[in-house]
Design a protein around this ligand. Structure first.
Ligand code: EPU
Length: 419
């Protein structure tokens, strides 16, 4: 891509990656046909569809309408294909529904982005509290339950998104009451709770940090629209600010981006909410802001690379602190190649103003790092090549096309975004 554009126009936000993958896993909880809409056209959805297929489900996807149907058999398989599972971290979400409904789940220790150690202890301990026997056999996590799981009170050490989701999906068919305390509160979890409720689950406290689940004997398939992707929306919003542009983010939910939009306003952006989305515009060089990532409603770690990229072109010094993952700063190495002035220390990074980023060849280490590098390339002088863009495909549908429609000089080559 060649830097120097001002993003302007409108972009439509699809359903959230981190919701739809769990909705797909939840379809295992009931035999019959689940219908999901606003399904984004991203790689991780394809992989998750393959995971479900190997478990015996029949998955149909209509890319034109963004609709997916999943026909779940009466007796799904217990073991997901290890090669598929290792490709996406979200595949661990099949653990709760399978052990809850079928009494056995086998999931190869999952993969996903290289952004930290990403342990599963809270998933495992929570399932054990519900009565499952969980072991690791040859690199495969095996959870078994001789009868129905038994409701229990579970306190999470940290509001883990994945553990909250797994325990929710295990608890909905358990005998009695399950309480998940210190639960994660991300909008994608509320979306999953909504879907489970539509399937017949009984959940109280949706959106809060204490979830009370009254187990039911069985669930039925449901039809559900995926919540819009707040991280994709936030990425375009940051892009608008960095390029001093003016973008209407249609279908973006401003209420899910409270602190992000607050920070962008503090940087000097004008944010107007209304008309099925929100508009972000910027006239001047952004002012620097400090950011601390935290579980929702804190600043999302999934917007960390993008906000560091913004700080690299802002005036003033900013301090960014990452509290969720331990390796997300790998991205900073690549940003340095573009001339960013920054220094990392533990989980902090200090970003000083660069006179001008300069185009270079850089490499995406994960989906959000890839998005951050593309945003940086949009404001760098000259040509930037981003390699390993398959990471971006995991979470951003039509990223290059959307940016081009907003005025960016960007194109995709076989394995690079370049010009
Ligand atoms: N953790 C543990 N033990 C556990 C579970 C988590 O130590 O049993 C730690 C992790 O190592 C990590 C922290 O807790 O340091 C947060 O992990 P969490 O479980 O909350 O995250 P996740 O479920 O693995 C999801 C998203 C991530 C997003 C995080 C935080 C999906 C598929 N992934 O991951 O999304 O960053 O929540 O919001 O939903 C992305 O989309 O780029 C992405 C990485």
């Amino acid at each position: 891509m060649t830097g120097g554009c001002q993003l302007a126009g409108e972009v439509l936000i699809p359903g959230a990656k981190n919701s739809v993958l769990k909705l797909m896993a939840a379809s295992l909880l009931a035999p019959g046909v689940t219908t999901l809409s606003a399904v984004p056209e991203i790689l991780d959805v394809d992989v998750m569809a393959d995971v479900l297929t190997t478990l015996g489900a029949t998955v149909h996807r209509d890319v034109a309408t963004g609709t997916m149907t999943i026909d779940t058999p009466v007796t799904p398989g217990a073991a997901a294909d290890p090669d598929l599972v290792r490709r996406i971290r979200a595949s661990v979400a099949i653990l709760g529904p399978l052990v809850g409904r079928c009494g056995e789940a086998r999931v190869a220790l999952p993969g996903g982005d290289a952004i930290g150690s990403r342990a599963l202890d809270m998933h495992v301990n929570g399932l054990r509290r519900l009565g499952a026997v969980v072991d690791i056999e040859d690199g495969v996590l095996v959870a078994r339950s001789s009868g129905r799981l038994q409701g229990a009170a579970i306190w999470l050490d940290f509001p883990s998104v994945g553990a909250t989701e797994n325990l929710l999906m295990a608890g909905v068919l358990a005998k009695g009451t399950t309480v998940v305390d210190n639960a994660a509160r991300e909008p994608e979890i509320a979306d999953l709770c909504q879907f489970l409720t539509e399937m017949g689950a009984r959940i109280e406290g949706i959106g809060g940090s204490t979830l009370v689940i009254e187990g039911v004997d069985e669930l039925r398939p449901a039809t559900h629209e995926t919540v819009p992707d707040r991280i994709v929306a936030g990425t375009y919003a940051i892009g608008a600010v960095m390029t001093r542009g003016d973008v209407f983010i249609r279908n973006g939910r401003a209420e899910h981006l409270g602190i992000v939009l607050e920070k962008l306003s503090a940087a000097g952006a004008i944010v107007d909410v209304g008309g099925d989305g929100f508009r972000v515009s910027m006239d001047d060089r952004p002012r620097s802001i400090d950011v601390v990532t935290l579980p929702y409603p804190g600043f999302p770690t999934d917007l960390l690379p993008q906000i560091i990229a913004l700080e690299a072109v802002s005036q003033g010094v900013s301090l960014i602190t990452e509290n969720v993952f331990d390796s997300r700063f790998v991205f900073c190495r690549e940003l340095l190649r573009l001339g960013a002035q920054l220094r990392t220390d533990g989980h902090h990074v200090v970003v000083r103003p660069a006179t001008q980023l300069v185009g270079a060849s850089v490499s995406a280490s994960d989906v959000r790092a890839g998005a951050g590098l593309v945003l940086a390339g949009l404001v760098a002088d000259g040509i930037t090549e981003v390699h390993e863009v398959h990471h971006i495909d995991r979470g951003y549908a039509g990223f290059v096309e959307n940016l081009r429609a907003l005025g960016a000089d960007i194109r995709r080559e076989r394995d690079a975004v370049a010009a």
